[in-house]
Ligand binder design. Structure first.
Ligand code: HEC
Length: 125
């Protein structure tokens, strides 16, 4: 009878461990870049505020952003029209590469969306 008790405990422990199945998680598809609907409000504004806002936001731009307030669409649009926004995010010569405090560019997907938006005339949509 004692043996059956020990066997029982063994079974419980074995069962408990057998439940540690790893649920496979699909790896994030890093190649996926949804450019189906690129708009200023959906694709651009948030990226600017996350990567550029701490220098070009409306509360800091005079001291940290060299006077460029990119919370103001018209200021950003001006940098589109003179070609500097595209140059800055692509790290092309002629302007200071942005974001200024990082060596890396914003992501390839973000840059693609910016270029789509810029090529469309940078609408305030
Ligand atoms: C650490 C602060 C900082 C961050 C972050 C930053 N900028 Fe700038 N940005 C500056 C400063 C300072 C200048 C003025 C550079 C100069 O002319 O010397 C500038 C200038 C610019 C200009 C004008 C072109 C030029 O080089 O004069 C553009 C366009 C620009 N930034 C875009 C961006 C974008 C887009 C981001 C985010 C992806 C960004 N910046 C992030 C500080 C920053």
């Amino acid at each position: 009878m004692k043996d059956i008790g020990i066997l029982f405990i063994f079974l419980i422990v074995a069962l408990a461990f057998s439940c540690k199945h790893e649920i496979p998680v699909a790896p994030a598809d890093t190649n996926k870049c949804d450019t189906a609907m690129v708009t200023y409000s959906i694709s651009i504004k948030g990226v600017i505020s996350a990567n550029c806002g701490h220098c070009h936001g409306s509360t800091v731009y005079t001291t940290k952003g060299s006077g460029y307030n990119f919370d103001d669409y018209n200021v950003l649009k001006n940098e589109v029209d003179n070609g500097n926004l595209a140059k800055a995010i692509n790290h092309l010569p002629g302007v200071v590469p942005m974001p200024l405090d990082k060596t890396e560019k914003i992501s390839t997907c973000e840059i693609r969306k910016f270029m789509i938006w810029i090529d469309a005339g940078a609408p305030n949509n």
